[in-house]
Design a binder for this molecule. Structure first.
Ligand SMILES: [Zn+2]
Length: 281
């Protein structure tokens, strides 16, 4: 897909398993397991699906997946596929990590920024040596000092090095990154998450990040147990689903194991899923 000056390309950087109950909050398992079947430890499959925006002079990566800095215990808990990560996924798509000019981080949870840094002879370094990294200031501040409930989701080795190396740029609120890319700030899942909106005069796609990780989260009450402010998530979903239905946006899903993209439409039951796509055609 081409939007403005950018060609959009999916970079699938891995698969993990997370507790199905946590992924669907108050929704009973007989409902969610129809679309997202659980394994014998009640985990459902998540992709870490990243988006690459390519123009004549830029290669912009949205989120960086889990990375490779995991011990055996964590690999088992999160069912991390050791064969795949963002660097390998880029190389398989003919892109060298050195070519990435910008990394737009939706937030600093480990499954979104784990691949931002790498270990090189025991030293932590930015995984994309020529890139500027961008995250919301509010999310960075929360990540440096999270609550006792959510501190397990923020692992400092994934972002402190970016500060030390002077490559992490803190964004304060909703901005236009350029004429085609803008940041939309939401606060239900965590504080200061930013969704990435890419648009031109004919097409809009929204990288939903953890507002709606799966296509099945298009249903309003399907809100993750991880969310710090679930009622804010409900309001944010209503706002962005209405915009998407009214203005024919494409929604891009970072964690759905099967579908990268969906559209939505108005119906008698409210806004519902319309078309789904495995990837750009
Ligand atoms: Zn998250």
């Amino acid at each position: 897909m081409q939007i403005g000056k950018y060609t959009l390309k999916t970079i699938l950087s891995g698969f993990i398993g997370l507790d199905g109950g946590a992924m669907f909050g108050i929704i009973p398992k007989p409902l969610w397991e129809k679309t997202n079947p659980a394994d014998d430890l009640n985990r459902v499959t998540l992709s870490t699906r990243n988006l690459l925006l390519i123009s004549d002079d830029k290669k912009i990566l949205i989120d960086t997946g889990m990375g490779k800095k995991w011990d055996e215990k964590s690999k088992n808990i999160y069912r991390i596929d050791p064969k795949l990560d963002i660097e390998l996924a880029l190389l398989q798509n003919g892109i060298n990590p050195n070519e990435i000019t910008d990394v737009l981080l939706t937030h600093l949870h480990f499954d979104h920024t784990g691949g931002s840094t790498k270990l090189d002879n025991g030293k932590l370094l930015p995984a994309f040596p020529n890139a500027k990294y961008f995250v919301q200031k509010k999310n960075f501040e929360w990540a440096m000092n999270p609550s006792d409930r959510d501190k397990g989701s923020y692992i400092k080795e994934n972002f402190e090095t970016l500060v030390k190396e002077g490559v992490l740029h803190l964004v304060d609120g909703e901005i236009n990154f350029d004429e085609n890319i803008s940041f939309k700030v939401i606060n239900g899942h965590t504080f200061g998450q930013q969704m990435i909106k890419i648009s031109d005069s004919s097409n809009t796609i929204l990288y939903c990040a953890d507002l709606m990780p799966f296509v099945s989260h298009i249903r309003i009450p399907y809100v993750m147990g991880y969310d710090l402010q679930p009622m804010i998530t409900v309001q944010e979903k209503k706002k962005y689903l209405k915009l998407a239905a009214d203005e024919n946006w494409y929604l891009y899903f970072g964690h759905d194991p099967d579908y990268a993209i969906a559209t939505v439409k108005h119906s008698e039951k409210g806004i519902i899923q319309d078309k789904v796509f495995k990837d750009f055609e």
